[in-house]
Design a protein around this ligand. Structure first.
Ligand code: PHE
Length: 442
């Protein structure tokens, strides 16, 4: 058998931007802001940061360690370190990638559509009614297919020429755009009310399990954890990389963009007095209220609206690349397929699985709930147990390239005890809600 050299990132910047590209996506620009506004404002932000530091970063470092150590796609990486008993965990990762990308791409399709609307005709006052047309049926399916086609084409291009190159161009642009709109928003009349709504502090909310559950699920989704995306990206790294530093940079950038995105969204909404409409649906703030706001702002609204939805689109795109890469790299390793075939077959199946989400936002919501509350948390839980208790020598793997670091012992302790206990409790207590949401479909 011919041994093919595994592809590698061109260097640190390429890897970090690709990983940040995976992390920064719809979760940052859309879900983080409304979760914060609904769940105690600044208090929620603190809880989120705490969960990210205590649970998220250790798991991120664990994924990096397994991926770089094995230099294989998730299933084979787990088998490499743990034997075939761990194959099901890898399979769970791949299944999660399938499911998440299938609905994520439907939402991304809406942003593709809105970018084009802003460019071609601007937003009219009837944005709310239009959302009904845009969000479901053949319309939604068409744009979902369009988005999948772009994703497939880039992943087929390879790690360096496809994924890395896209991240190098798109991510810096995205940072500038989000910061730029947030600064512009400061000048708007309703800005102060928007900030107040976003960050008004209610520590009382932190006492509810629901809020803890949301903060944890969001931390995992936002950092792309629990389904092997970060593991797969790290498998294209060499051993000189300082994994703890890379984890901190990725975690910090992910939080930074999420936080600033809230500073951009709420002033825009409040400037036009549309605040009553925010709470109505989870997608409401982004896809109904904001276009209405842009529509009322004349030419400025059209320009800001276009830039805004393009930022959202490219954020979603770099995340989608990592989701597809998990499935594609697994297919390449398992079946020996060329990358092009793997990307086409996996992409086509995922596009098909998107059909229910394209026809019903309720189904989309349930898929999202299952992914966040069950799949990602289970994946991260089992992975932390694996690295904490079963992987042969995780300390040697993690410290390659990071020889001076003294707190790996703390990392391993978190993975052994704190992460599994917290995630186990959250998983079990959260199951009833998930069942209720599934049952509500019937
Ligand atoms: N992190 C991405 C976001 O915030 C979503 C994602 C989840 C991407 C899991 C890859 C894996 O939008």
């Amino acid at each position: 058998m011919a041994i093919q050299r595994r592809e590698q990132w061109s260097g640190r910047l390429g890897f970090v931007l690709a990983a940040v590209g995976s992390a920064v996506g719809l979760g940052n620009m859309w879900r983080f802001s409304y979760l914060t506004a609904e769940n105690g404002g600044a208090a929620f932000v603190l809880l989120y940061v705490a969960m990210t530091a205590l649970i998220g970063l250790p798991v991120l470092l664990a994924e990096f360690t397994v991926g770089r150590g094995a230099r294989k796609s998730p299933i084979q990486a787990l088998v490499h370190f743990g034997g075939t008993a761990w194959r099901p965990l890898g399979a769970l990762f791949v299944a999660s990638g399938f499911l998440i990308l299938s609905y994520y791409s439907v939402i991304a399709g809406w942003t593709l559509r809105y970018s084009l609307v802003a460019l071609v005709q601007g937003f009219g006052p009837q944005a709310a009614e239009r959302f009904g047309e845009v969000a479901t049926g053949w319309d939604a399916f068409g744009f979902h297919l369009g988005f999948m086609a772009i994703t497939i084409a880039i992943v087929a291009g390879g790690v360096r020429k496809g994924i890395e190159r896209t991240a190098l161009i798109v991510m810096p642009t995205l940072f500038v755009v989000v910061a730029g709109i947030a600064l512009y928003a400061v000048t708007l009349d309703g800005a102060a009310a928007g900030y107040r709504y976003y960050l008004q502090t209610d520590f009382g909310k932190l006492l509810s399990f629901e809020v803890l559950h949301q903060a944890t699920g969001q931390a995992f989704f936002s950092l792309s954890l629990g389904m092997g995306a970060m593991l797969t990206f790290a498998s294209y790294l060499s051993r000189e990389h300082h994994l703890p530093n890379e984890s901190l940079v990725v975690g910090g950038a992910d939080f930074g963009v999420a936080f600033v995105a809230g500073l951009m969204v709420f002033p825009l909404i409040f400037a036009l007095g549309l605040s009553q409409e925010v709470g109505e649906s989870t997608v409401g703030a982004l896809f109904i209220t904001l276009p209405t706001a842009f529509g009322e702002m004349g030419m400025a609204g059209r320009v800001v609206g276009f830039v805004f939805f393009v930022a959202l689109l490219v954020g979603a795109l770099t995340s989608a690349l990592s989701l597809l890469e998990v499935v594609v790299s697994s297919a390449i390793d398992a079946f020996g397929w060329p990358r092009m075939r793997a990307a086409l077959v996996a992409g086509a199946l995922i596009a098909l699985l998107g059909v229910p989400s394209a026809w019903s936002t309720d189904i989309l919501g349930v898929f999202d709930g299952i992914a966040n509350n069950v799949l990602l948390i289970t994946g991260a839980l089992v992975l932390s147990i694996f690295v904490g208790w079963f992987m042969p020598d995780p300390m040697a793997e993690v410290s390659a390239g990071a020889e001076g670091v003294r707190w790996f012992f703390l990392w391993r302790t978190l993975l052994r005890f704190v992460v599994p206990i917290v995630l186990g409790v959250i998983l079990v207590l959260g199951l009833p809600d998930t069942f209720v949401s599934i049952a509500s479909l019937f």
